[in-house]
Ligand binder design. Structure first.
Ligand code: GLV
Ligand code: MN
Ligand code: MN
Length: 412
């Protein structure tokens, strides 16, 4: 029996493991992520799975097929959060997947394929500035050069892994081969307002928009706020302010494009000092790669012009970019059948947010089911879903699994 109350209670239980008192922040390889992982591994075992923490810090559970060793359908999402996060982004997908396995186990039911549930240790990229670390490792596309990236306290990813008791040299072994994973399916909150506006509890994702992330540093000259005349200043923060507005203007130029400056740090950061150096980030997303790439080039060209006019030096560091990731038609059709069988209207929609499926696509076909969230709000403590929608999402995922037909891929 699927138990939607247990799904929501488990989301609440994970939300208690947070570095932010009274809120939710849980980043990769933190003490809070260890505590959350222990809970998740326990729930996986209770649901009849073999479960372990893998070398990148993912919770990895496997429910054997009727024939042990058979390929799997992989379900999953992430267990890390942004800062001051909601409690469903990522966690709902992991917990609902465990709930589906729990229901199969309670009925002593095995399927012709194994089910693997992955609670990815890092999807958001908050700690090291690069995303999808857990799912990249499982997809065999983990780039070992990121091990030298440092967090805000100067701790490298390699050291953080070792301090967590993990061996970075084991990461390449996590990569699954094509054929071992029949499909990857992820349930996730929508993080947007479309389903709510249309009165639908769920939607089937068609594709995940691509993203580009960059870090820009502007160097001007610090000086006394009282003595340096305005015409002689090289104020890096005033230049950055113009750049932020340029990003916004460019992003507003196309309804399919979004652009965000989410971090901005000014040095030395005193009320009576002209800011000499500013670092800010840019995040562009679009359903078409050319549109996103053009937005990045235009923003950087504009930042260059702004800086030149103000006598400021610029340094640009591309952090990460990924193209649009298509969900597979044969899986969308199977998900839609499960949606329709629940008596729910079928709706396809793209994802503006990034998801672990972007990495898994390197080894298998992917599908996603979105569950409506209140007012489309996410990356915000106000993130909310109803018990009823959690129940519908779980029933659809369970039905999708129970009637999953891998052979369909050949004819699709
Ligand atoms: C992850 O949530 C992202 O889309 O940034
Ligand atoms: Mn997120
Ligand atoms: Mn997410």
């Amino acid at each position: 029996m699927l138990d939607p109350s247990r799904i929501l209670e488990r989301c609440d239980a994970l939300a208690r493991h947070s570095e932010l008192p009274g809120g939710l922040t849980r980043v990769f390889l933190s003490p809070e992520s260890r505590a959350a992982s222990e809970l998740v591994l326990g729930w996986m075992r209770e649901a009849g799975m073999g479960a372990r923490l893998d070398a990148i810090g993912n919770c990895a559970g496997r429910y054997e097929a009727s024939e042990p060793g058979a390929p799997c359908v992989m379900l999953g999402s992430h267990l890390d959060t942004v800062r001051d996060a909601g409690r469903y982004d990522g966690m709902l997908g992991v917990i609902t997947a465990i709930e589906c396995v729990h229901a199969l186990h309670a009925q002593k039911k095995r399927l012709p394929f194994a089910i693997e549930v992955l609670g990815f240790g890092d999807e958001e990229g908050v700690r090291f500035g690069t995303t999808l670390l857990g799912s990249r490792a499982v997809a065999g596309i983990f780039d070992a050069s990121v091990l030298s990236l440092q967090d805000a306290s100067g701790v490298s990813m390699e050291k953080a892994l070792r301090d967590f008791g993990l061996d970075p040299q084991e990461i390449p072994r996590l990569g699954r081969k094509k054929g071992q994973v029949l499909a990857y399916a992820e349930l996730h909150i929508e993080q947007g307002p479309v389903l709510e506006a249309e009165g639908l509890p769920v939607g089937v994702v068609t594709a995940i928009n691509g993203f580009s992330r960059l870090r820009v540093t502007l160097k001007g000259e610090a000086g006394h706020a009282g003595t340096v005349p305005m015409r002689l200043r090289r104020d890096a923060l005033a230049a950055a302010a113009e750049c932020v507005l340029a990003v916004e203007r460019i992003a507003k130029g196309d309804p399919e494009l979004v652009g965000t400056v989410g971090r901005l740090e000014a040095k030395p950061g005193a009320i009576n000092v002209i800011p000499g150096e500013v670092m800010f980030t840019i995040d562009f997303r679009a359903p078409r790669d050319e549109l996103r790439e053009e937005a990045v080039s235009r923003s950087l060209a504009e930042a260059g012009r702004i800086a030149e006019r103000r006598g400021i030096k610029t340094q640009v560091e591309p952090l990460q970019s990924l193209g649009v990731t298509q969900c597979s038609e044969w899986l969308m059709v199977q998900l839609e059948r499960a949606v329709a069988a629940e008596g729910v209207g079928v709706r396809r929609l793209p994802s503006g947010a990034g998801h672990d499926g972007m990495a898994l696509k390197a080894i298998t076909d992917i599908a996603m089911l979105f569950v409506r969230c209140k007012a489309g709000i996410s990356h915000n403590p106000a993130e909310a879903i109803t018990r009823e929608d959690a129940a519908i999402g779980a029933r659809i995922l369970h039905r999708f699994l129970s009637s999953f037909d891998a052979g369909h891929r050949l004819s699709a």
